[in-house]
Design a protein around this ligand. Structure first.
Ligand code: CDP
Ligand code: CDP
Length: 220
């Protein structure tokens, strides 16, 4: 079974996807982490972020792997843990540019389909329901207001000791939304058969329950 969860930054995809996967005993695939890892690689090597050929030459042989943990998952790049590096602001602010490169997307989509071919899976990202897993049994498009999403990121940051104002986060989120929704290849888009959930005023538990109910209707 395949469950696809798409939506803009901070809408709650990964939080919900992880819990749903856990409750169902499915694996969880965070496709954003894959694009983030490619971005860490390109930044470290000092590659130009629009140099598709150079990025692809290094990305093709790059191993991106996940290891589940009780808190979520660890991410590895050629065996080196990059769980924290992929969340650094420099990575976040550059990932949309790398993710817009058509060859990078083709490579990632192939890897994501390979993972889904052999497991029951919950996969989250921007193009899962439209491109990666168009036959997914359950497709969710998760949204929330920019204000709510910036506020959530702010609370996460405060917990980590990072002090970025809510206004700056609103700006960053709106900029990334725009880049992700207007790129030529696989832009952020709701699949026609996806169910939209607006999490602005919902708790995590309410969202999880709604998705589990949808899954139950597919299993019957
Ligand atoms: O967690 P957050 O929503 O901030 O972002 P993410 O899911 O980790 O994704 C980071 C970036 O990767 C997005 O802003 C997109 O540019 C890109 N991405 C994508 O293009 N396609 C996907 N399936 C997943 C992420
Ligand atoms: O993966 P994505 O960027 O879509 O969002 P996330 O990282 O899963 O969620 C961003 C933050 O929103 C997390 O701190 C969640 O705990 C929080 N959240 C929330 O406050 N209420 C919800 N209904 C869903 C998520």
């Amino acid at each position: 079974m395949q469950i696809a969860i798409d939506g803009p930054a901070g809408s709650g995809k990964s939080t919900i996807a992880k819990i749903v996967a856990n409750r169902l005993g499915f694996i969880y695939c965070d496709t954003g982490a894959m694009y983030r890892t490619a971005t860490v690689m390109a930044l470290r090597l000092g590659l130009k972020l629009d140099d598709e050929a150079a990025i692809m030459a290094h990305l093709k042989p790059l191993a991106i792997t996940f290891k589940p943990t009780p808190e979520g998952q660890q991410v590895f790049m050629d065996g080196e843990e990059v769980t924290l590096a992929i969340r650094e602001p420099e990575t976040t602010n550059n990932v949309s540019q790398v993710a817009a490169l058509p060859a990078v997307r083709a490579e990632m989509v192939q890897r994501q389909r390979d993972i889904a071919a052999t497991h029951d899976i919950v996969m989250d990202g921007r193009d899962i329901g439209t491109t990666v897993l168009p036959d997914a049994e359950v497709k969710i498009f998760m949204v929330a207001s920019v204000k709510a999403r910036a506020q959530r990121r702010h609370e996460e940051n405060v917990a980590k000791g990072i002090m970025t104002s809510v206004a700056t986060l609103e700006q960053e989120i709106a900029t990334r939304d725009h880049k992700d929704a207007t790129r030529a290849v696989s832009p952020l888009q709701k699949a026609p058969d996806a169910i939209e959930i607006d999490s602005t005023n919902m708790t995590i538990a309410q969202e999880v329950d709604e998705i589990l109910q949808l899954v139950a209707t597919k299993i019957q």
